[in-house]
Ligand binder design. Sequence first.
Ligand code: ATP
Length: 610
Amino acid sequence: MKFILHYVRQFSAFTGYRLYLNLLAMVAISLLDGIGSLMLIPMLSVSGLIGVDISVNQMTRLLSFLNRFPVTISLVILLGIYITVSLGQNVLQRLSSLQNVHIHQKFITHLRFRIHRALILANWRFYLQRRNSDIINTLTNELPRVSSGVYLFFQTITTLLFTLVQIGLAFWLQPFITLIVLICGVALAMFARRYSRKAYSLGKETVNTYEAYQAGITDIFNGIKEIKTNNLGHSRLQRVHDLSQKQQREQESFNNVRTKSQLVYKMSSVLLIAGLLYLSVVLFHAQPGQLLLIIVIFSRLWPRFITMQNNMEQIFSNIPAFQKTIELEKEALKESKANTFSTELTNNTDPLELHHGITCQDVSFRYDQANSAYALKNMNLEIPANRMTAIVGRSGAGKSTLIDLIMGLIEPSEGSIRVDGKPLQNETLERFRHSISYVPQDPYLFHGTIRDNMLLFVPEATDEQIWESLELSYGAAFVRKLPSGLDTVIGDRGIKLSGGERQRIVLGRALLRKPSILILDEATSALDNENEANIQEVLHQLKGRVTILVIAHRFTTIRNADQVIVLEQGQIAQAGEYQQLAKDTKGIFKVLLGEDHASRERLQPSAFQM
Ligand SMILES: Nc1ncnc2c1ncn2[C@@H]1O[C@H](COP(=O)(O)OP(=O)(O)OP(=O)(O)O)[C@@H](O)[C@H]1O
């Protein structure tokens, strides 16, 4: 219950007086509804359709003044009151329903934004620890269940208020029968708790199945090319099919619980009304008016009990969704608050101008604090401003980890990183990030036009500026040849472009930002020799104006680097100028260089045989 109350409290704080006003309106609607239905008895009585002693109940006594008028006048007065009461009730109902949807939708928008914000602010470590598909599942499947849970909670409260008003009216009219109905209702509610518990455990299973399903389909579409080419379609399909069937069984089980509890309630209602009528007629010799009253009271109260039970089952089945959503938001917030690196989401910070450089002081890093293995150990290095620094090393040596640390995505486990002597934190980090253009191994291109993808970094850029950056990245020539030019839609992750074309677009986009720090992580790996040589030339020209940090397995890309850092098993094995390292026959750099040459020779023997 505490999970529900968590959002219920937030909801009432968020909506404020509007919520209470709406609840009040619901009570008024209920009151009008009750009055309207109870007026049926005097109407039938006055019209002479059934004979009811005027002293039979409070309502008829209240309307006894009508005896002074002829029947037709009394009937017109009664029908007039009935129509007015019903009209009032229905108009109020509409207004209240509009208000209800408004405040709930507003709350969902607020909740979505808040969770997305926490997720965007969460540090990189948060994402390293969980499946993206679980986050997507919580946002797409669980969040709507939370909002419908909150909605149902208030609907249940409203129904409870309705019911209390109806009980009050019923007590006023017929205390004894009302008491019997109430006792039966409470006894049945106690019995029906088992259905709510079952709904909760089914809800838990549903959350797990949804997560597995989401993970399954995400994996399929992430790897659809390999799945198709390696003929893995059948096994993947089988997995998704099994999960779909599990979802189907869970939904059916839930429906089974719901219909069972409804059956119990409906059958008990039939038995109860039969018993009440029998007792009234046989033992108490009740009048037709009294019998009608019993039916009216019962038909007003019992459906409310059924609605409340239904809502409770639905709410209980949604509790696990509440748990998941709270957990996600709390952890994301914890990871962003605890993280001194986290920055607020603002776009109006001045980019940082790097004057001296970036320093790593005794930096060590472990991905898993409980594990003694270090991805980087005792790293001391200086990346001078406006120079080109290359980072090389075998696979797994720690190159990407070092870049992530320098960009402030992760914090050093030990040691510190400084930018122009200042710790990489808060305002410095924010300004630092504004000055970086980062091109990763698997760049982020989305389904849209080339222009849309370019504008992601600089939304206000003109076409002229876009072409300028594409010229720099040697992408302009091929974009010009496309029938739709900048308006070409490139598909998910740029699937309609070749690897080299994608890299040139992404590089162009990075340059469009006019960064003072350019970080390239294997950003030219898919380029042919000619384009790679061109990009090399561009980087060479940028030197002196831009601080360039490059990770490359192809050594031709880094030939012009001012400094080369060679990593081995998380430590700096060598550092210095390219030519100087190339001459050191004992160093690992020479070995790596030899391997690079050998692999190029294997791929293009003629180029090296000349
Ligand atoms: N998210 C992670 N969780 C745990 N360990 C990780 C994670 N990412 C990387 N590692 C480990 O940290 C070490 C350094 O990895 P890193 O990705 O920095 O190497 P790299 O030099 O960039 O490799 P490559 O050239 O293959 O990209 C490796 O041993 C790797 O297994």
